[in-house]
Design a binder for this molecule. Structure first.
Ligand code: UD1
Ligand code: CA
Length: 453
């Protein structure tokens, strides 16, 4: 039996007060609808249908990497009408699972349980018990069997007391879903076609409604405004922190960690407060990450120390290396074993060899730096002439004096020394001292200027 997921994402989301379609607002750095899409895929859906309406162009553009069928709902006439736009394209014997683009934290495991309960033309429905059920469709039971869902606006005071509510998430055979949808009308207080009427129809047809109560209500919480989105963001992040702690990773404060992507960390590593990890980040064992670091799409090997406020993107850091504080590693940086990058050093598209150091205030771009090299404070590789980029090569054992400019293309030889304050415009020989500096002069009789009266 195949599984077809329908994701409803046609709502305007006016309460977000945004020009963007609601489902594109991000949770953990990813559009809400992408979380739902990824969960559908993790569940092993054979087909995913995305029902869209508002902001269709932007949605299609930002979701172009999804493998989905697009179903347009021109007018938002209600959830039953929305589902129908997609379900008519699904094979009768598929199981249709209905999800929502603005309910981002639903777990694949919960859905798996739900889907497995579909037999014949029974309806498998996900419900939740809430302390404050106001606004939601109530689950009406008779002798414990679900008999109907009554929307809050259509409910009597007695029914409004029921705390078990409809999450909107359900699974059933597509053929039966379509048969029900044909019968649904909009004779209700909102003049909408309610998907929830499927439940009453199933009961009338003698089919069972199997309700599964979800344990954590955040899994089925929908986002209508930015406050709710921010709340779910914190829940998501707390979950990530929890998993890291369980794995044996030290966190200075689980409330001050943000992961927007996939973070893998080895044992005995420690992450201090206010760090942000984006994209795919891999951190080895026994690594310490100081406060305020931002690390994106990078890998850091064992026994490294990343000191506070370092910003690292698309970099590879080999073991036993120290970075920061206040270092900026840009794309294409590779720091080899036991190297050091200190404060206010910017590195881009550069290989820094084993045991080499750039400890203070430097810019190293498009360079290849060997082993045991010392880059003095204030060294700059002048890699750009305003039109093209050029390479700087610094060979093993070289020593670059402070405040030097290496004008690329240029090669500094093995064990070469560059005198402090030099502007090097042509290759420096191996084992030599090279410097560009005017002889030091003394001006006799010079006086400091004084203030005029
Ligand atoms: C719906 C349920 C209610 C349940 C609640 C849970 C119905 C009739 N009611 O109510 O029982 O407790 O969800 O949150 O189903 N949408 C479309 N097209 C439409 C209408 C809605 O795509 O024409 C999408 C919305 O963007 C939203 C979702 O469907 O993501 C739910 O719609 P909404 O109108 O918010 O339903 P509720 O009134 O909250
Ligand atoms: Ca509604």
């Amino acid at each position: 039996m195949s599984l077809s997921v329908i994701i409803l994402a046609a709502g305007a989301g006016t309460r977000m007060r945004s020009s963007k379609p609601k489902v594109l607002h991000r949770l953990a750095g990813m559009p809400m609808v992408e979380h739902v899409y990824n969960t559908s895929r993790a569940l092993g859906a054979d087909q995913v249908q995305l029902v869209y309406g508002h902001g269709g162009e932007l949605l299609k553009q930002q979701c172009r990497h999804f493998d989905v069928e697009w179903a347009i709902q021109e007018e938002q006439l209600g959830t039953a009408h929305a589902v129908e736009q997609a379900s008519v394209n699904i094979d009768d014997d598929d199981i249709a699972l209905i999800l929502y683009g603005d309910v981002p934290l639903i777990k694949a495991q919960t859905l798996d349980t739900l889907v497995k309960k579909v037999t014949g033309d029974n309806v498998s429905l996900l419900t939740v018990v809430l302390d404050d059920p106001a606004g939601y469709g109530r689950i009406v039971r008779d002798n414990n069997k679900v008999t109907a869902i009554v929307e809050h606006k259509d409910a009597s005071d007695e029914i409004r007391k029921i705390r078990e509510v409809n999450t909107g998430i359900m699974a059933l055979r597509a053929g039966y879903l379509n048969a029900c949808l044909k019968k649904i009308d909009n004779n209700n207080s909102q003049g909408e076609f309610y998907l929830t009427d499927v439940i009453a129809l199933a009961v009338k047809d003698g089919n069972e409604v199997v309700a599964t109560q979800v344990e954590h209500s955040y899994e089925v919480e929908g986002v209508n405004d930015r406050k709710q989105l921010a709340r779910l963001e914190r829940i998501f992040q707390a979950d990530v922190a929890d998993r890291l702690l369980t794995q044996g990773i030290g966190l200075a404060d689980p409330l001050r960690l943000d992961v927007r992507g996939e973070l893998k960390v080895g044992s005995d590593s420690f992450i201090d407060i206010n760090c942000l990890f984006e994209g795919e980040v891999t951190i080895g064992s026994n690594v310490s990450v100081g406060p305020g670091c931002i690390i994106k799409d990078s890998s850091i090997a064992d026994d490294c120390i990343i000191k506070p406020y370092s910003v690292i993107e698309n970099a590879i850091i080999d073991n036993k290396t120290e970075v920061g504080p206040f270092a900026r590693l840009r794309p294409g940086t590779h720091l080899q074993t036991n190297s050091r990058v200190g404060n206010f050093v910017e590195i881009k598209h550069t290989e820094l060899g084993e045991n080499s150091k750039a400890s203070h205030l430097s810019y190293l771009g498009d360079s290849e730096i060997g082993k045991n090299v010392n880059i003095g404070a204030g060294t700059i590789t002048c890699n750009y002439d305003g039109a093209n980029k050029f390479k700087t090569i610094i060979k093993d054992g070289a020593f670059i004096g402070s405040d030097s400019q290496l004008v690329a293309p240029v090669t500094i030889g093995e064990n070469a020394t560059i005198g402090a304050g030099s502007t090097i415009t042509s290759d420096a020989e191996d084992n030599c001292l090279t410097l560009s500096r005017n002889p030091q002069r003394q001006v006799r009789g010079w006086r400091r200027p004084t203030k005029r009266k």
